[in-house]
Design a protein. Sequence first.
Length: 105
Amino acid sequence: MARKRKRATDQTDKDKIIETKNKTAKKTRKGIFLLLSFLIAPCVILIFKIGESFYSSWLITHRTQIIGILIFVIIIVAISSPLIVEVNSNSRPLSGPGDRPSGYF
């Protein structure tokens, strides 16, 4: 009887871990989506010259460079997003000899 309870507890623990990983992955995807939205908005504004009369002179001068940097960052974040989600949801502890390795203090 004790073994059945232990197995049920083990299964419940595994379910909780999986649920936590799924929630973490979902939050990470939401954050990446918000970041991409935050980067795409000024890029679109600069590409279509929306509100150009309000641009400062340095922004008009360096508009294409800023667009290039924004597009580069958008591409890097979009390509690396599966890796970011995987690292955040399936993190692994660092290996080592314990809490306080010998030789320190």
